[in-house]
Design a protein around this ligand. Structure first.
Ligand code: GLN
Length: 457
């Protein structure tokens, strides 16, 4: 893997050429849907010709293909947007470019970010960086694999219910899902607006910290963005971590639990006291998530009607068919499943029983977290119940696939920052991630803690 520092000596053009060559050598993994080669080289030449030296001067990166970015189409890995060329760039991309970073490609994902393995991509799955017979995780699988393979030192992703943390865990890289509202979502294809967050992958916590600091802060184009808190002097003063008991149960892979326990020992070595804590609402989080997010997904996907933009069926003979056939052809099965669930839970007669109930349960979950953070700086547990599973293993069983999100969705429903950090490997050599969940706006402190642990061998 590469770190940002590895790019300080080369010229921007050398860096970009190297990254593109790596990407081409690793094409088998299918981590990228396209290279933005021409634009990247032009930008590199311009940066080498002088111009201000930003904090990421000449550093190559990739973005998940649900970020609007120039240099290639923005597809969200869906046939619906196969030929869509972005008229503008996401704020996150603009901010990184303003510091001299160079986007070299668009990374694969589950179509519209619905999924946890990147197998729902309309253009074929991404393979795990460590074991090609296994999934990359998802939905930001292509971004995680691009960092794990050393194509780029960092990559952007989105995390709505675990889509940065879980692939980070499956590929042995750092993944950051910030506090809801930290980074502008302007120019990122919307999935579920009340939990969508923008974050990144990197090979180490310090690099992730820098990238997040650059991207974070208020944006007039996204009303949910928080005033910049990244440089606030937030510190962990209680010196206590809570180990989430329901996440360390028998139903979790035994090696995953062992690796996370070893990570906790390192935290103890740094002077943190560790205590088991309960999170009774955690077991309802998955239910909440798969009611609330499909409702929001259904609303957000309504814009893909074959009229305004995106795929339009050539078979349609009338307006009704333009809608139905364009959607039938453009969306993947998982997109359709969520549109149907969303329509169902919002329909009159069922709204109170499902959507409203889920939102009430969500408030109880938020309250439980709030109580815990009165006593603990950080909550720790695994990211996922297993290491990367085999390609095809869960594709026929959507419920099984949803269950893999059980440990990542609580922080998403509550809007809390959560990071995935490498915690070692299984006997088979598969990476395992530990998840650190912090209180609102403790993001930087979380990453600094992870950096301290990295220093403990
Ligand atoms: N795996 C989760 C889902 O399928 C998370 C997706 C995401 O965070 N984009 O919804």
């Amino acid at each position: 893997m590469k770190s940002i520092r590895d790019y300080s000596s080369g010229s921007a053009l050398e860096n970009v050429n190297k990254a593109i060559a790596e990407a081409k050598a690793d094409v088998d993994f299918h981590s990228l849907l396209c290279l933005t080669e021409e634009r990247a080289i032009a930008r590199a030449k311009k940066l080498d010709d002088g111009g201000k030296k930003g904090r990421l001067h000449g550093v190559p990166f990739v973005v998940k293909d649900n970020f609007l970015a120039f240099g290639g189409p923005t597809t969200a890995a869906s046939k619906m947007l196969e030929n869509f060329n972005a008229p503008l760039q996401a704020t996150a991309v603009e901010r990184l470019e303003a510091e001299g970073a160079i986007c070299i490609g668009k990374a694969n994902l589950d179509a519209f970010a619905h999924g946890g393995s990147t197998e729902n991509s309309a253009f074929g799955p991404t393979k795990n960086a460590i074991d090609k017979s296994r999934v990359a995780g998802g939905s930001s699988g292509g971004s995680a694999v691009s960092v794990a393979l050393g194509i780029v030192p960092f990559a952007l992703g989105s995390d709505t219910g675990g889509s940065i943390r879980q692939p980070a865990s499956f590929n042995g890289v750092v993944g950051v899902k910030p506090t809801y509202g930290t980074v502008s979502r302007y120019g990122v294809v919307a999935m579920a607006s009340s939990t969508d967050t923008i974050g990144c992958f990197a090979s180490n916590a310090a690099d992730a910290n820098l990238v997040m600091e650059i991207m974070s802060g208020q944006d007039r184009k996204d009303m949910t963005t928080l005033p910049d808190f990244w440089r606030d002097d937030y510190a962990f003063t209680k010196k206590k971590v809570g180990v989430i008991k329901p996440f360390m149960s028998d139903s979790v892979d035994i090696e995953v639990v062992s690796r996370v326990r070893e990570y906790i020992e390192k935290l103890q070595g740094l002077g943190y006291e560790a205590e088991e804590v309960d999170l009774p609402m955690a077991k309802y989080s998955l239910g909440m998530y798969y009611i609330v997010t499909p409702a929001e997904i259904m609303s957000n996907l309504a814009r893909y009607d074959g009229i305004r933009y995106g795929h339009r069926s050539k078979e349609a003979k009338n307006l009704g068919e333009v809608y139905t056939k364009s959607r039938a052809e453009g969306f993947e099965a998982e997109n359709k499943r969520r549109i149907m669930i969303g329509s169902f839970v919002l329909s009159s007669g069922f709204f109170d029983a499902y959507y409203l109930k889920a939102q009430k349960a969500r408030t109880l979950l938020v309250n439980e977290f709030r109580e815990l953070f009165k006593q603990y700086d950080v909550l720790v547990g695994p990211v996922a119940p297993t290491p990367a599973f085999k390609l095809g293993e869960n594709t026929t069983d959507p419920i099984k696939m949803y269950l893999a999100d059980v440990m990542t969705v609580p922080a998403s429903m509550a809007g809390l920052p959560a990071i995935s950090v490498p915690a070692g490997v299984t006997q088979q050599g598969l990476p395992v991630g530990a998840q650190l969940i912090g209180d609102y706006t403790s993001d930087r402190a979380l990453l600094e803690l992870a950096e301290q642990v990295e220093g403990v061998i």
